[in-house]
Design a protein around this ligand. Sequence first.
Ligand SMILES: Nc1ncnc2c1ncn2[C@@H]1O[C@H](COP(=O)(O)OP(=O)(O)OP(=O)(O)O)[C@@H](O)[C@H]1O
Length: 247
Amino acid sequence: MRDVPTGSVAFDEVSKAFGPKQVLRNVSFEIRQGEIVCILGRSGTGKSVTLKLLMALLKPDQGKIWVDGDEITGMREAELSKVRRKMGFLFQDAALFDSLSLYENLALPLQRLTGKSKDEIDAVVDSVLKQVGLAGDKLKRPSELSGGMRKRAGLARALVLEPKILLADEPSSGLDRITASEIDDLFLRQRAASNTTILIVTHDVHGARKVGDRFAVFDKGDLAAFGTAAEVERSDHETARRLISEG
Ligand SMILES: Nc1ncnc2c1ncn2[C@@H]1O[C@H](COP(=O)(O)OP(=O)(O)OP(=O)(O)O)[C@@H](O)[C@H]1O
């Protein structure tokens, strides 16, 4: 694969095993800038490993991985740090410091990684908190927030450095359907506002179908299907057809 467009991420024949367990086998896909792709699949099929490979927290045994036009598998840590700066991560536990207020949690990466002044940082934090509907909560600690609010706060944390690419691991887990749907709306708004490329690992097929332009369905280490909902529904792969129809 060559000429991967800016803003996109791509796997080319990526394989990854842990000991004798083959987790991914010759997986290839390409995600365009501004596209929302949902990764579906049963437990233990390599969905989170795929995100960790993109973040270069794991290295593939074979194959190449592109992030925003750069092939990352041969990169040194200093270069990888620059690549990671282009990505925002929304993890299941929201990755917030409990001892800090919401404002401090969001200001911290801006203080550490940008040359912004205090006033500029305040403006960015206020704007991101407004975007996720937490404008009135900036002095609260994460422990004072509900599960849905914590997810929003985690999303704010993931967006505060204005990433080109957002990776989310099960953003709707533990949330009721209405609250999960509000998070889905935030993904759609983020893409509309900033053309962010968004990759979401999820078991919530209903929500995935609302936000996803295309779907990657993993099954036993293989990419069983990759395409629009209609394409996956017509796939030769029975598990992929069944999974996309569950919502
Ligand atoms: N660092 C690791 N060392 C050893 N095995 C690992 C490691 N990370 C993941 N695995 C194994 O790889 C397989 C895929 O894990 P992964 O977390 O990607 O699954 P998943 O599809 O995200 O599942 P779930 O939907 O349950 O979150 C599992 O069998 C897991 O035990």
